[in-house]
Design a protein around this ligand. Structure first.
Ligand code: DGL
Length: 263
């Protein structure tokens, strides 16, 4: 048993969609969340830059006593998870990748669309994922530059966000896509809008819940789960303006919390 917290990070607010799943599955765990909002979006940055940021944030979270790390970001996972695992071989580290395997198993039309950042779609890790799980289906990838910025600004349903999404989704539907992968942790926040733009028969898949289950298994195996009597708490840091993150926490996390500047 361990009362130590779980460290979670993302380029910004996207990882809060994963943090919510972790809280729902593991309500006794204390959580630390870093939004690297001073450097968002990661999607258009070099892999080397993202590796440096991930390393810096991982060190910070470990310094705060984290017993496990969750890269609540597909882009950071593609760029940095291998290096972090090599550097901290004993530490449970959970990364994220677009849900290609479940989508390939679920599609009936045989056409799957992937919405993700440019960085994720360009990565060797994503190419390997397609090789491994998508040989029998057609996968159409769609980078979404600008969408993360809209979500960071809290524009979950503005005319501009709607127009951007429409422009990306319509061609996918025209190709017969019946399964859409949300391959960035920011995108679950625009699921209600996306639902309006695609027919009911189109499934929207993301991996937040699967990541929380995987984290639970890892902690169980290592006997690191928190005891049931524990009073869990969540603490937040931002490398951008702490007030901006604090401002969107009630909407995206479900409660108001203090945010500290990331050293
Ligand atoms: N939320 C991130 C992801 O899952 C990164 C978004 C970004 O900063 O571009 O890919």
């Amino acid at each position: 048993m361990s009362q130590a917290p779980i460290g979670v990070f993302d380029s910004g607010v996207g990882g809060l969609s994963v943090l919510r799943e972790i809280r729902a599955r593991l309500p006794h765990e204390s959580l630390l969340y870093v939004a690297d909002s001073g450097h968002v979006p990661y999607g258009e940055k070099s892999a080397e830059f993202i590796r440096e940021r991930s390393q810096h944030i991982a060190e910070f979270l470990l310094g705060q006593g984290a017993k496990a790390l969750v890269l609540a970001c597909n882009t950071a996972t593609a760029a940095a998870v291998a290096e972090l695992r090599a550097r901290y071989p004993e530490l449970p580290i959970v990364g994220m990748e677009p849900a290609v395997k479940p989508a390939a198993a679920a599609t009936r039309s045989g056409v799957v669309g992937v919405l993700a950042t440019t960085g994720t779609l360009k990565s060797a890790k994503f190419a390997a994922l397609l090789d491994r799980f998508a040989s029998d289906v057609r996968v159409i990838t769609q980078p979404c530059p600008g969408l993360v910025e809209q979500i960071e600004a809290g524009e979950l349903d503005s005319p501009r966000t709607r127009a951007l999404l429409q422009g990306w989704v319509e061609p996918l539907l025209a190709e017969g896509c019946d399964t859409l992968i949300l391959g960035c942790t920011h995108y679950p926040f625009i699921k209600p809008l996306l639902r309006e733009l695609v027919p009911d028969a189109v499934s929207l898949v993301d991996t937040g819940a699967a990541v929380a289950r995987h984290l639970q298994r890892l902690l169980e195996q290592r006997r690191l789960l928190a005891g049931e009597g524990t009073r869990a708490r969540a603490r937040f840091w931002s490398s951008g303006t702490p007030q901006s993150l604090a401002g969107v926490l009630p909407l995206l996390w479900g409660e108001a919390c203090a945010v500290q500047p990331l050293p």
